[in-house]
Design a protein around this ligand. Structure first.
Ligand code: PMP
Ligand code: GLN
Length: 388
């Protein structure tokens, strides 16, 4: 393994899901729903397979039906903010958000370029920045135990930008903290990007999982449309994480750049699933609000259960993750805690330290996923309570 990748080892999600299987534990670690997405969308995939649509290489940018559906989705949910995209020149279909992140970084970074990213960050960010030869510059979201939230220090963010900064890599709603950046924070980030002439890659895969307030795409802020690469995925919005259908929306030059990298990573992927996701994106508003309401209820069950079990809970306003602080349980090392938890309680969780460069900063935090049935969440909470 080369030096660029040596530090990354095996992704924590694979490690922890394997541990869950081996120990027969409830898996609140890796974020995947325990119920598949809508029946009619699965039927759409079956129809595409049977009718021979997408069984051979689909077009490089993605099938027109899906690009049109992505553009229509952006118009439906963000048109009132002035955001719209041309399906032919401003939309690119990828193998999940993961490939979109990799292709965007590989396409836009020169070796040595700095990337400012909010820490804790989703694990593929650091690895992909490294593969692209970039240097990551973390800006830490600070845990505020009194309010049970995380705060972005805008001065710290401004100070992190240097003459070598090429881009900001953003994620809102934010995995793993569940933070949704506010209008004021996004405005400040936009002003910074414009003032310092930076590109922004923004990972908005949890765009429909906002429980209080609303999701504001960074691209809708003044001066941002043409410098922002926006990424989303059918994995989260439609509960098909195994299909690996994601997409990018951006100005034509940026789409062309990302596609230049993408064509040599996978070329294309998921032909029949692209047809199904095109149909999924057209589901009525009620589908989207139903998903959100269902997950809000699940958040409330797990948050209450974790608090009852003695964890300090950082109540998420978005995503399907809850970050907790384990210090009230008399623990301080999230890694050790998560490695012993299956045996002690039959539950798997993720140590947030893996998402930090400043490992000490992340040490006492542990993440639980709540995209599971209410019964599983109640059972997990009960088992964790027995720990105390
Ligand atoms: N970004 C974030 C913040 C995520 O949480 C995930 C999924 N865990 C991804 C990207 C990857 O999405 P996909 O499965 O579509 O590749
Ligand atoms: N995004 C999911 C999570 O944060 C997992 C994705 C993966 O396994 N790579 O749990």
């Amino acid at each position: 393994l080369n030096r660029r990748l040596a530090e990354f080892g095996t992704t924590i999600f694979a490690e922890m899901s394997a541990l869950a299987v081996r120990t027969g534990s409830l898996n609140l670690g890796q974020g995947f729903p325990d119920a598949d997405g809508p029946e009619e969308v699965r039927e759409a995939a079956v129809r595409a397979l049977r009718d021979g649509r997408g069984n051979q290489y689909p077009p490089g940018p993605g099938i027109p039906e899906l690009r049109t559906a992505v553009a229509a989705h952006q118009e439906r949910f963000y048109g009132h903010l002035g955001l719209s995209y041309d399906p032919d020149t401003e939309v690119l279909v990828t193998a999940g958000a993961t490939e979109a992140i990799a292709a965007a970084l590989l396409a836009l970074l020169e070796p040595g370029d700095e990337v400012v990213a909010l820490e804790p960050y989703y694990d593929s960010y650091a690895a992909c920045i490294a593969m692209a030869g970039g240097r990551r510059v973390p800006v830490t979201l600070r845990a505020e135990p009194e309010s049970g939230t995380y705060r972005l220090d805008l001065d710290e963010l401004r100070d992190a930008v240097t003459d070598d900064t090429r881009l900001i890599l953003l994620n809102t709603p934010h995995n793993p903290t569940g933070t949704v950046l506010t209008r004021e924070e996004l405005s400040a980030i936009a002003e910074l990007a414009v003032a310092r002439n930076l590109l922004v890659i923004t990972d908005e895969v949890y765009e429909h999982l906002v429980f209080e307030g609303e999701h504001l795409p960074l691209a809708s802020f003044p001066g941002m449309r043409d410098r922002t690469v926006t990424i989303s995925s059918a994995g989260k919005t439609f509960s098909f994480t195994g299909w690996k259908v994601g997409w990018v929306t951006a100005a034509p030059e940026l789409i062309t750049a990302v596609r230049s990298a993408k064509q040599f990573l996978t070329y294309v992927s998921a032909g029949p699933f692209q047809y199904a996701v095109a149909e999924a994106l057209a589901l009525p508003d009620g589908y989207y609000s139903g998903l959100r309401d269902d997950l809000r209820a699940k958040r409330d069950v797990l948050a209450a259960g974790l608090a009852d079990a003695g964890f300090q809970v950082f109540r998420p306003t978005g995503t399907y993750f809850i970050t907790t602080d384990i210090r009230p349980l008399g623990e301080s090392d999230g890694f050790a805690f998560c490695r012993s938890l299956p045996e002690r309680a039959g539950v798997v969780a993720i140590p947030n330290a893996v998402f930090y460069d400043h490992k000490d900063e992340g040490a006492p935090f542990v993440r639980f996923a709540f995209c599971k049935s209410i019964e599983v969440l109640r059972e997990a909470a009960g088992r964790l309570k027995a720990l105390a």
